[in-house]
Structures are given as C-alpha cells and as structure tokens.
Design a protein around this ligand. Structure first.
Ligand SMILES: Cc1cc2nc3c(=O)[nH]c(=O)nc-3n(C[C@H](O)[C@H](O)[C@H](O)COP(=O)(O)OP(=O)(O)OC[C@H]3O[C@@H](n4cnc5c(N)ncnc54)[C@H](O)[C@@H]3O)c2cc1C
Length: 393
C-alpha cells in the first residue's frame, strides 16, 4: 500500500460507511463523522438491493453474509388484483436498517462519531481542517463527503448546484406480514407486486423484519407509491409536518399531517386489493421527495463528494445505495493503485464516477417521466428493470 492517509468521512449512512469500511481495511486512518446524535436505526424503509450494495458482504462471506432476501417473481397486477404479467427476475430486497447495521458492525465503533455535523472546511497543500456545528475541528489529509442529497459540502463546493424537484413524491410505509390476510400473504410470499396507475405507479415487496428476520410471517411488507404534487402550494402543504415545520426532502414516519394521510388512504381505493391492504395496514406512512441531482465535479483537491451528495437518481432504477457503494469501491481502488499521488487517484476516480452518475440519473429520469407524466409505462415492460450499470445489474 502507498502512504497511510488520515481520512475523514462526513456522513455515516450506507455510502459513508461503505467507504469507511473499505478504506479502513486498506490500512488508512479513517474516522466517520455523522450529523445525527443517535444511531440511525429508525430509517426503516425498504430498499431493492443490487449486487454492488451488498458486494462487501458477498465478497467477504458469500451467501451466508448476505443482507437481503430474494423474491423470485416480479408481477404486475391491475386494480382488481388480476395478474397481468409475471417475470422470473430474482431481485433482492432489504431494509435500510439491515444494511446499515451490518456495515456498522464491520467498522470500528471508536472511529464512528455521532453528533458531528460538518459545517465547513479549509484545505491547504497538505491537509484539510474540518469544522463541526459543535465548534470543534479535526484535521485530515483527505475529506470524503457522503452527506446525502442536501450535502453541506456540495453547497460549499458547488453553490450553484441544487437538487431539482421531479414533480412527484414517494409515499412509503411498512406493514407487518403477520397482520395481513391470507390472500395478501400468499400474493406477496415470493413476489414483488407492481401496479401501473394513471398517473404513477406503486410497488410492494417484502423486506426483513425489524429484528432482521427473513422468515415468512416475520418479515415486513414495504410499499412505495409515486404520486404527483405540483411544485409550490400542494407540495409545500404536504411537506409541512404536523407540528407546522416545513420539510424539504422528507416528512418522517409519525410527522405527516392527518389530512394528507386521510387523502392518501382514500386514494388507495384505486389500488389492487393486496396492495391496498399493505398501504392501509402501514401504521406510519411517510413521504420522500423525488429529486434529480447532478454535478460536474466530484474531486476538489483534498475533498471529494460521493453518493447522493453528488448524484441523486430517481428511485426507479433502485440504484441509489448501489451507486454510493460503487463510488466507495472505486475510491478504494484508486487509492490502492495510485495512493502515492492523491491528486491523480482522485482524478481517475472522478472520471469513472461522473460517467456512472450521469448515466444512472439519465436512465431513472426517463423512467420517471414515462410513469408520472407521459403515461407510457405499461405492465410487463421489459425495459422497466432495476440496475446500476444497466437493467438487472
Ligand atoms: C423513495 C425512495 C426509494 C429508494 N429506494 C431505493 C432502493 O430501492 N434501492 C437503493 O439502492 N436506493 C434507494 N433509494 C436511494 C437511497 O436511499 C440513497 O441513494 C442512499 O441512501 C444514498 O446513500 P448516501 O450514503 O449517499 O446518502 P444518505 O443515505 O442520504 O446519507 C447521508 C448521511 O449524511 C448525514 N449528514 C448529512 N449532512 C451531514 C453533515 N453536514 N455532516 C455530517 N453528516 C451529515 C445524514 O444524517 C446521513 O446519515 C431510494 C430513495 C428514495 C427517496
């Protein structure tokens, strides 16, 4: 290995943790600084898991170390619940919590610092001084910013770049499988269900239970329902939580106003019976705004931005965590191969990851336009598949 670097990572979610684990294993002196004061356990939502998201676990331990469950079937149903198509796709699914917990276990606890919000940094030819909201500072030779779609680092480095509202949000929630009816349990046993709506679409899939269990009956069923809200009034109303606070990117579980919950539940009358049952059985539905975000630069001297901080794609390709992980793996490779020349390593890394980021954002934007605004998404569409590098991969 080239010189051992001191590396600070801002943001301790899936992107920051994957980078932390890989760079620590490469022998660097890594510390992760996460804004949240408490462990991030409560982000219970489901995620589709592409190979890159769990690459660390499959390379380390193979099948036994996986952090996801497999659903063989991808099915489309109509409003009456009649099956319109069924593809044997074998995609994998998990929860944000399950992946986060497994990564956290692989990273030394004394190097993961909660309650540290990066607010600024200054770099010289030899290092970076990083400032936190609490008034403390730390020094590092490399600062990796994995601080998400509202990234403070990106706002400092690229103040002209802002996430662009896609015109719709995702209503999300999870319901305990144990509380669902037998027909619903049977429909969802080994299948992800999609329903195309006019406009929009909804999908339901199983994820591990709160304790990580993937046993049928102990899993959760997760829904993601894409609904259009014009920018301005309607979106602002939805994003004002039950305490009157205006939110920008999500209204968390328990914070959505009753009137919006009631409207969403009433609209669920148009959903297929099994899908409707999951939506109505979810105790605390929540809302995430869908954005497009692209940057033209990811490396800035001794500072770089990665994951959603750099590119945020609409979730239709289900590649957000995979792309964050891919940024981390590529950074590991660049530092391993060119660690004697940090500038060259980051330049090489940036070149490949900008290309990847652009392609994911472009592909997911086209899918979102079709489903939400053009009405050209159809049941069984072979082009509508999850994937980071291409459909299915
Ligand atoms: C509706 C929806 C569905 C999705 N479905 C999927 C899916 O099925 N599969 C998939 O792979 N992806 C999915 N995604 C995308 C995925 O959630 C993100 O792409 C992924 O979480 C990005 O990881 P990240 O580590 O880059 O950023 P984030 O997960 O956003 O983490 C950023 C971290 O930085 C911390 N932070 C923020 N500011 C600071 C600061 N100033 N200092 C220190 N820390 C800070 C935050 O607290 C947070 O922990 C979905 C997204 C949405 C909205």
């Amino acid at each position: 290995m080239a010189a051992r670097l001191s590396i600070a990572i801002a943001g301790g979610s899936i992107g920051g943790l994957t980078a932390g684990v890989l760079l620590h294993e490469l022998g660097h002196d890594v510390h992760i600084y996460e804004r949240s004061h408490a462990a991030l356990e409560s982000r219970g939502a489901g995620i589709v898991v592409l190979p890159m998201t769990e690459r660390y676990f499959t390379e380390r331990g193979g099948e036994d170390d996986r952090v996801s469950l497999e659903l063989p079937w991808w099915k489309y149903v109509d409003a009456a619940g009649i099956e319109l198509s069924a593809d044997l796709d074998h995609f994998r699914f998990s929860s944000w919590n399950t992946v986060y917990r497994a990564l956290l276990e692989a990273f030394p606890a004394d190097r993961y610092h909660l309650g540290n919000e990066l607010t600024g940094f200054e770099q010289t030819a030899t290092g970076v001084t990083i400032g936190f909201a609490e008034g403390t500072t730390t020094e590092a030779e490399l600062l990796v910013c994995a601080d998400g779609v509202s990234s403070t680092a990106r706002r400092i480095l690229l103040p002209q770049v802002d996430p662009a509202y896609a015109g719709y949000v995702a209503w999300r929630g999870t319901a305990a499988e144990s509380g669902l009816s037998s027909p619903a349990v049977s429909d969802l046993a080994d299948s992800m269900l999609y329903q195309v709506l006019k406009p929009g679409h909804i999908l339901v899939y199983a994820i591990p239970g709160v304790d990580g269990s993937i046993q049928p009956g102990r899993r959760l069923q997760n829904f993601v329902w894409y609904r259009n809200y014009p920018a301005g009034g309607p979106l602002e109303e939805l994003m004002t939580d039950r305490h009157g606070e205006a939110r920008t990117s999500s209204v968390p579980p328990g914070f959505v106003q009753d009137q919006h919950l009631a409207e969403m539940k009433a609209a669920a009358a148009g959903l297929a019976p099994t899908i409707r049952e999951v939506v109505l059985a979810s105790p605390e539905p929540f809302v995430q705004v869908i954005f497009d975000l692209e940057v033209s630069q990811m490396a800035f001297g001794r500072v770089c931005i990665m994951g959603d901080a750099a590119f945020s794609a609409r979730p239709h390709v289900a590649a957000g965590t995979a792309k964050a992980a891919a940024d981390a793996w590529a950074l590991r490779d660049a530092l391993r191969d060119r660690g004697d020349n940090l500038a060259a390593a980051l330049e090489e890394w940036q070149r490949s990851q900008l290309t990847l980021g652009r392609s994911v954002v472009e592909r997911s934007r086209a899918m979102g336009q079709r489903s939400q605004f053009e009405g050209t998404m159809v049941a069984g569409d072979p082009g509508w598949k999850f994937g980071l590098f291409e459909a299915r991969n």
